[in-house]
Unconditional design. Structure first.
Length: 79
């Protein structure tokens, strides 16, 4: 599984990255987690509001900081 956290490096984006890492660890799954801060790359996903989460090249959430439970639900529904 490939998960990207899109964000410019603000505190909310860092929180989402940490939450995603915790969710993946808690689930016991293998996932490559990448933080994308380059605005050009972020715009290529059509994301206008960060933070955003991309799972397997599909934008699944943007503009908010989900809870760990919400991240787990996003991962489960986008396997």
């Amino acid at each position: 599984m490939d998960i990207k956290v899109l964000g410019t490096g603000c505190s909310k984006c860092k929180t989402v990255e940490k939450t995603v890492q915790e969710a993946v660890q808690e689930m016991g799954i293998e996932a490559k987690i990448e933080k994308v801060e380059d605005m050009l790359k972020i715009m290529q996903y059509g994301v206008m509001r960060t933070p955003a989460i991309v799972i397997n090249e599909q934008v699944v959430m943007s503009g908010q900081a989900p809870s760990k439970k919400e991240v787990i639900e996003l991962i489960n529904s986008n396997k």
